[in-house]
Design a protein around this ligand. Structure first.
Ligand code: SF4
Ligand code: SF4
Length: 339
């Protein structure tokens, strides 16, 4: 069902939804940016249309509402295991198609990667619905069109913020509030971006062979990458975590097990018992991330993991561009295949 809302009607609608749902969208955190007088755009809880920031890309993705940065899985108390309760208020995430496609990748990793579902992820995922924010322009570093993730059809509602008028397409009947009966009905079909400024060419998976793993291209990233992990923490599709057992008594009978975001770029990620680490060079870590995002995941699940949100390019303090890396890789593979 389609609606055309005035600003006041939109805020009344959001207020009504807010009684049922935690509303999450791109918002501004004042003075939380890189420098003390700069802001950061993040995904956070909002109440009114004026809280949303639509003209800038969020530094972080909405993934922390599905997989918190640090999550206590259970407490252990003298031989007993107790799972902590979580807030069960349903969540309505306002996000663009790339991020919604990214969450679909997270669903695959946590819920469809083998016979056992990740119950900690699933209990949060079941609380979440989406309002897709129409996105027809993108930002400077986006390459969602190349990754086939600039469109998304499985939304519960879609919204176009258009000056003083907001168009809304509501698919899920639980999002039709009483107040909407007073609003003008107007059909609305969201439009999608057709072209980004940045384009990437993904190397065909059957052309990638082992020689690329030894290629000197990765040495450049050993020189440039400082292994800060920002590209991973901002990425909507990075889903790795590490486990921590925190003991709170001398005898080890009291404590908790947590999972905490981890990152393939960071020192220690591949360390094993005995001190062996698989990817000591930063370039090897860049290689691992790249191949995972555009090759390994594709082989296993039939689509690329990367959705082309461009956040890794935005946040890298060393100005390393992932989109340029993919294109360089494609050129090398093309040359090696004598095409
Ligand atoms: S690898 Fe970069 S462009 Fe791709 S989904 Fe992650 S942050 Fe976005
Ligand atoms: S953000 Fe840049 S410097 Fe930091 S780990 Fe990623 S590629 Fe390396």
């Amino acid at each position: 069902m389609g609606y055309a809302l005035t600003k006041q009607q939109l805020n009344e609608y959001l207020k009504a939804l807010g009684r049922q749902y935690l509303l999450v969208g791109p918002i501004r955190e004042k003075a939380k940016g890189t420098f003390s007088d700069t802001d950061k755009i993040v995904y956070g809880v909002f109440e009114a249309f004026e809280d949303l920031v639509l003209e800038e890309k969020a530094f972080y993705s909405p993934k922390e509402f599905l997989m918190p940065i640090r999550e206590t899985l259970f407490h252990f108390l003298d031989g007993q295991i107790v799972e902590p309760k979580i807030d069960t208020k349903p969540i309505l995430i306002f996000a663009r198609p790339c991020d919604l496609n990214g969450i679909r990748r997270l669903d695959t990793i946590f819920l469809k990667n083998g016979d056992i579902k990740d119950s900690y992820y699933e209990r949060r995922r079941n609380l979440v619905k989406y309002v897709m924010i129409e996105c027809t322009e993108g930002f400077d570093t986006c390459f969602c069109v190349s990754m086939g993730s600039g469109t998304y059809k499985d939304y519960e509602a879609a919204i176009r913020f258009d000056g003083n008028q907001t168009l809304l397409d509501v698919v899920d009947s639980t999002l039709v509030t009483e107040g909407l009966s007073q609003v003008i009905r107007k059909d609305f079909v969201p439009e999608y971006i057709k072209e980004n400024k940045v384009k990437v060419v993904i190397p065909p998976i059957d052309k990638v062979n082992n020689s690329i793993f030894e290629h000197p291209i990765w040495k450049e990233y050993t020189r440039r990458c400082i292994a800060c992990g920002r590209c991973n923490t901002s990425c909507i599709t990075c889903s790795c975590f590490t486990m921590q057992d925190v003991e709170m008594s001398d005898d080890g009978l009291l404590g908790e097990r947590r999972r905490v975001w981890a990152s393939c770029h960071i020192k220690g990620y591949t360390d094993m018992a005995g001190g062996h680490g698989f990817r000591k060079q930063n370039g090897e870590r860049m290689r691992f991330k790249t191949m995972h995002k555009i090759n390994d995941y594709h082989k296993r699940f039939g689509e690329n993991m990367c959705v082309g949100c461009g956040r890794c390019d935005d946040v890298c303090p060393e100005y390393i561009s992932f989109s340029k890396c993919i294109n360089k890789l494609s050129e090398i593979i093309k040359e090696e295949s004598h095409e």
